[in-house]
Design a protein around this ligand. Structure first.
Ligand SMILES: Cc1cc2nc3c(=O)[nH]c(=O)nc-3n(C[C@H](O)[C@H](O)[C@H](O)COP(=O)(O)OP(=O)(O)OC[C@H]3O[C@@H](n4cnc5c(N)ncnc54)[C@H](O)[C@@H]3O)c2cc1C
Length: 407
């Protein structure tokens, strides 16, 4: 009998779980633990509206306070889970009072997301007698507000990392009037699971907005320079000056607190295609990798709508025993005003065709195919055709896989 569900992590995936538990009829107790001292907010807005300065922080909220109340959830912001004990079925938080610090559960949902990865050289690049360079990372609203405060007209901003997030940050910084360099060690600019296929398009977009792109460039260190700002030192011996350095070099699942719980496999939190990790333990969102029934491999989440869908799946499963189909990946990005949307298994495509729009214009819809089957879509500034074709992609997805025993 499940009477109390503890959801650890109060963001997209955790909140979607709570909403779906209630929608599917769960009337028991729901405790939602959040490490941050904030109500849940939309992380995608951080690299877009918040850095651009077009939204106040409050506009990034995921839910109104009244909605949280209506969900009758025992929401505890500023409560970081530090340990899970599966024998006693308890989650321990960093709150010392026994009545709030140790919480019993009948089922627990881990939704602790990810943290921004720090470049490997960042910890040793500071010289002993000089202040450590402030290398910004972007994962939380506080990070975004700190960075937004640095994006001042005329400042030299270096963004390290040529993935989607790096491109978005560079675009926002240049829109704020900064002089931006976007630097990566890879051969081109990547678009998540799409890889480098649109690197030239992205390069042209950045060039049109004055962002200098440098690829194939290995950064060795960032040091305070003799004048103002920092020197970015490259492996080939060159250096460039910068006032602000922001690293966007990936994210790591926030699962260190589960060490010793027996829930991690080689450091990763692996779940089946329904989000089950072990008996009474579930995981959703960026913290976990779900088993993809089509390939038999575990795939990280990494995107807002996938995190939501996983939360909804687990909510329905826990509340009503309802099985949902495996989520089809979906993400979007906004770079210099271009809206890029992508969905499906883009990594397995063996060919790509233009479905609508024009190859060389800023409006184009591409179909990704494996053999004679459509496996994904990527749209540049074509939201309506994208929606229509995505509906067809969703209609083709396989039915839910059956539940197997968990230990
Ligand atoms: C800047 C930025 C821009 C993005 N833009 C896009 C985009 O345009 N499109 C897109 O599809 N996706 C985007 N994403 C990815 C998307 O935001 C994530 O996939 C999504 O937020 C994952 O949701 P989550 O709930 O799993 O994890 P998170 O949003 O990371 O939330 C995890 C929560 O758990 C809390 N937590 C961590 N550890 C503990 C603990 N021990 N105890 C209690 N609480 C804990 C954290 O404080 C956090 O609030 C972006 C991400 C970032 C950082």
């Amino acid at each position: 009998m499940i009477e109390r569900i503890v959801v650890v992590g109060a963001s997209t995936a955790g909140l979607a779980t709570v909403e779906s538990l209630r929608e599917a009829g769960f009337r028991g107790e729901v405790v939602l633990l959040g490490a941050e001292h904030r109500d849940p907010y939309r992380r995608p807005a951080l690299s877009k509206q918040i850095l651009l300065g077009t939204w106040e922080p409050d506009q990034a909220r995921l839910v109104e306070a009244s909605t949280l109340r209506a969900l009758e959830v025992d929401f505890r912001p500023g409560h970081r889970a530090v340990r899970i004990d599966r024998r006693s079925r308890t989650v321990q938080t960093d709150h010392h009072a026994i009545e709030t610090g140790i919480i019993g559960y009948d089922a627990v949902v881990i939704a602790t997301g990810a943290s921004a990865r720090r470049p490997s050289w960042a910890s040793y690049s500071a010289e002993a007698n000089r202040p450590a360079p402030a290398i910004h990372l972007l994962r939380t609203l506080d990070d975004a507000l700190r960075i937004a405060g640095q994006l001042v007209r005329g400042r030299r901003v270096t963004v390290l990392g040529t993935g989607i997030l790096g491109s978005e940050i560079a675009a926002a910084a240049s829109a704020r009037g900064a002089r931006v360099s976007l630097v990566g060690r890879g051969a081109g600019l990547s678009l998540g699971a799409v890889g480098l296929r649109f690197s030239d398009r992205l390069r042209a977009l950045h060039a049109a907005h004055g962002v200098e792109v440098r690829t194939g460039a290995e950064v060795e260190a960032v040091r305070p320079s003799d004048g103002p700002g920092y020197d970015v030192l490259f492996a080939d011996g060159t250096r460039s000056g910068s006032d602000v350095v922001i690293a966007a070099v990936g994210a790591e699942p926030a699962v260190a607190w589960l060490a010793g719980s027996g829930l991690l496999t080689d450091g990763s939190l692996l779940a089946d295609s329904h989000g089950r990790v072990a008996d009474r333990v579930f995981a959703v969102g960026d913290a976990t990798s779900w088993l993809d029934p089509a390939t038999g491999t575990h795939r990280p989440c990494g995107h807002q709508l996938t995190a939501m869908e996983q939360g909804r799946s687990v909510g329905r499963l826990l509340a009503a025993g309802h099985l949902s189909p495996y989520p089809i990946p979906f993400f979007w990005a906004e770079i210099h005003g271009a809206r890029i949307q992508a969905s499906g298994r883009l990594d397995i495509a063996d060919s790509v065709e233009l479905l609508a729009g024009d190859h060389d214009s800023d409006q184009a819809l591409f179909e990704f195919r494996t053999g004679d089957r459509t496996c994904g879509l990527v749209a540049w500034n074509m939201p309506k055709p994208f929606r229509t074709h995505r509906a067809a992609l969703l209609a083709e997805r396989s039915p839910p896989t059956p539940l197997l025993e968990t230990s």
